[in-house]
Design a protein around this ligand. Structure first.
Ligand SMILES: NC(=O)C1=CN([C@@H]2O[C@H](COP(=O)(O)OP(=O)(O)OC[C@H]3O[C@@H](n4cnc5c(N)ncnc54)[C@H](OP(=O)(O)O)[C@@H]3O)[C@@H](O)[C@H]2O)C=CC1
Ligand SMILES: Cc1cn([C@H]2C[C@H](O)[C@@H](COP(=O)(O)OP(=O)(O)O[C@H]3O[C@@H](C)C(=O)[C@@H](O)[C@H]3O)O2)c(=O)[nH]c1=O
Ligand SMILES: [Mg+2]
Length: 301
């Protein structure tokens, strides 16, 4: 099986390089591409030509415009990379009869209520990033390609930029942190996302009628937390590993969203219901604290 991976150096892309390697011949590209291959999602024609020339059986798209606040002032760029380019990948996949795996986000929802969102719940993005990711989902659905669209949330990894690492840095610099406690979701590790992706592709590869497996799935860790309690957990774990910090968990002040103005609005309720994924593919999803503790061991021990 030939697999084309885009966005190979992002949090998820890096872990996918590891997890997809045993499945077949892996061609992994970053934005720069190489050897007449284009991995830049903003260069739509060259991207389509690259897919045609490689003719993979599977395309995995881990590239995205993920700077949520910056997207508010760069909507065209976000929409091209997150909205248009996935549609082009899907149309090329459809022509080739290839599968597309793509990632989306909790930010496609408006964050109302307290119930975990199911896959078929109405969307209502609050930000440019959320709208651009929803546009990508819709373009994929319209293409007719066999696709797995995995909505995840609050992604962290040992390698790359994420909230946990920001909290560690700030707690080393400041006496106190102020962190939002009324946005609730599940921190999800790039390792888990990559391993589940590989598991899904194996099942799709061996299923008698694989096309029935195509669709949108929610993929997050089990459990839920707020950004504030997540920050406290990270700092408590760091201290337990002997890291000296200016601000410990007790110096993390809980604040409402209204006290932390940002260019992009974010959902209050980011809970995603993962039942469909677990039942369809026979998966167990670990609690968020397990993966975060493991990631912290990796970077701190
Ligand atoms: N991070 C999160 O909290 C969440 C992420 N997701 C989704 O999961 C997926 C993976 O995200 P994650 O790994 O965390 O994101 P990262 O920001 O870690 O990685 C994104 C990658 O995309 C690359 N990229 C950006 N623009 C382009 C472009 N024009 N052409 C090619 N590559 C580009 C970046 O490269 P460069 O470094 O050169 O910019 C980077 O390597 C995305 O679809 C994202 O929307 C969903 C929910 C939460
Ligand atoms: C740095 C900081 C952030 N915050 C808040 C702002 C925000 O609501 C929350 C998280 O901040 P971030 O900048 O990490 O959030 P953000 O970049 O919006 O994270 C999102 O990224 C995209 C790509 C996704 O798809 C989402 O699932 C989600 O992970 O914490 C504080 O309250 N205090 C702080 O000191
Ligand atoms: Mg961010």
């Amino acid at each position: 099986m030939k697999i084309l991976l885009l966005g190979k150096n992002g949090q998820v892309g890096w872990e996918l390089q590891r997890a997809l390697a045993p499945l077949g011949e892996l061609v992994a590209l970053d934005r720069q591409g190489g050897q007449d291959l284009c991995g830049d999602l903003a260069d739509i024609d060259a991207l389509a030509a690259t897919v045609r020339s490689l003719a993979p059986q599977v395309i995995v798209n881990a590239a995205a415009y993920t700077a949520v606040d910056k997207a508010e002032s760069e909507p065209e760029s976000a929409l091209r990379i997150n909205g248009e380019a996935p549609g082009v990948l899907a149309r090329e996949a459809e022509r080739l009869g290839a599968w597309l795996v793509h990632y989306s986000t909790d930010y496609v929802f408006d964050g109302s209520g307290e119930q975990p969102w199911r896959e078929d719940a109405p969307t209502g993005p609050l930000s440019v990033y959320g709208r651009s990711k929803l546009a990508g989902e819709r373009a994929i659905a319209a293409s007719g390609a066999k696709a797995l669209v995995l909505r995840t949330s609050w992604v962290y990894a040992a390698r790359g930029g994420n909230f946990a690492r920001t909290m560690l840095r700030l707690a080393g610099e400041r006496d106190a942190l102020r962190v939002i406690d009324d946005q609730v979701g599940a921190p999800t590790g790039a390792e888990l996302i990559a391993d589940v992706t590989a598991h899904l592709l194996r099942q799709v590869h061996t299923a008698a009628d694989a096309s029935t497996l195509a669709g949108v799935y929610h993929l997050t860790s089990a459990g839920e937390t707020s950004w504030c309690d997540y920050a406290r957990f990270v700092l408590q774990q760091a201290q337990a590993r002997g890291v000296s910090l200016k601000a410990g968990p007790a110096q993390v002040e809980a604040i409402p969203t209204s006290a932390y103005p940002t260019p992009a609005r974010r959902p209050l309720n980011s809970r995603l219901d993962t039942l469909k994924l677990r039942e369809t593919f026979g998966l167990h999803l670990p609690h968020w604290q397990t993966g975060v503790a493991r990631m912290l061991s990796e970077i701190l021990d």
